[in-house]
Design a protein around this ligand. Structure first.
Ligand SMILES: Cc1cc2nc3c(=O)[nH]c(=O)nc-3n(C[C@H](O)[C@H](O)[C@H](O)COP(=O)(O)OP(=O)(O)OC[C@H]3O[C@@H](n4cnc5c(N)ncnc54)[C@H](O)[C@@H]3O)c2cc1C
Length: 265
């Protein structure tokens, strides 16, 4: 089975500072790690490969330093890694990110299954996986927390959405996004890390994807989202008041307070 895993490098969220003047994360204030949910995606892919054979290719879009995230993926069991890095990919919102990833997947060629994390710990939108599936015209299941069965042309998964749990049979090629409950990502050994350090990583830029995608849809050009303002909302302190009197008097006071605050008319 030919499996692709989408990996995003994210800042260490507990350490990163927010630049209030510019209204964005100051990424230089913290180190970078593999998005934790993507480690679950990678683990799922490697387990499937170990069970039924095949190969796992990790793909990431980001600056050149995202190569470290791909080396981590190689150390944890991926066979190949591709980095999409180019100035014209910068400023991408989720739509342009998904478009660029889908273009690279088309260039990569045939695949059976794409595995993504359910969301990232920085952007946190959970949009990229399903958008990639839409661009490729393949079915997808989001929030997978159990893989029940997998063979060359189908995968049966359990996915939780709100209060419901769905068992879904997905015809392949298809895409799944996975939660942290799916598995426990393995730790790479020193030998794995050394092997990954020496591995060759393919880097594709805008020109490499020119046949699969149009430059109009990469990066900022392809991003319909406009950020108008970024601010930290101030959480109001909870206030309390003790009402005294008979039950009837207290009920009347409550009605008055609710009317004063526009809850009742
Ligand atoms: C107007 C605008 C401009 C932006 N400009 C920039 C910018 O210049 N630089 C920047 O870093 N971010 C930028 N962003 C943020 C960027 O759009 C998101 O980081 C990106 O689209 C992923 O969204 P997310 O983090 O919510 O991923 P989610 O949708 O939550 O991720 C779900 C899964 O998709 C996969 N995935 C997501 N992103 C990637 C990726 N890059 N590579 C591989 N797999 C991935 C992973 O498997 C992940 O678990 C911008 C956003 C907006 C709205």
């Amino acid at each position: 089975m030919n499996i692709l895993v989408l990996i995003k490098q994210v800042p260490e969220i507990e350490k990163v500072r927010f630049d209030y003047e510019k209204g964005r994360l100051d990424r230089s204030s913290a180190g970078a790690i593999v998005n934790p949910f993507d480690l679950n995606a990678l683990e799922a892919a490697v387990q499937i490969k170990e069970k039924i054979g095949g190969s796992v290719t990790a793909i990431s879009m980001g600056p050149m330093q995202a190569i470290d995230a791909l080396r981590d993926a190689l150390a944890r069991g991926a066979d190949k890694a591709i980095l999409l890095s180019d100035e014209s990919f910068a400023g991408a919102d989720t739509l342009a990110t998904a478009y660029t990833l889908a273009s690279a997947i088309r260039k990569h060629g045939t695949f059976d299954l794409i595995v993504c994390g359910e969301k990232t710990i920085d952007g946190d939108t959970a949009q990229v996986g399903p958008e990639v599936a839409e661009f490729l015209g393949i079915p997808h299941v989001a929030y997978v927390e159990e893989i029940r069965e997998v063979c060359s042309d189908k995968i049966v998964v359990g996915a939780r959405m709100e209060r419901n749990y769905y068992i879904v049979e997905l015809r392949l090629p298809g895409l799944i996004t996975v939660t942290k409950d799916l598995n426990n990502p393995r730790l790479p050994t020193l030998r794995d890390k050394l092997r990954a350090m020496r591995a060759e990583i393919t880097v594709w830029g805008y020109m490499d994807l020119a046949e699969e995608g149009s430059p109009r849809f990469f990066g900022l050009n392809g991003s319909p989202t406009r950020v108008i303002r970024v601010y930290t909302s101030v959480a109001e302190k909870r206030r309390s008041q003790v009402l005294s009197g008979t039950a009837h008097e207290v009920a009347q006071k409550i009605v008055q307070i609710l009317m004063k605050n526009g809850v009742l008319r």
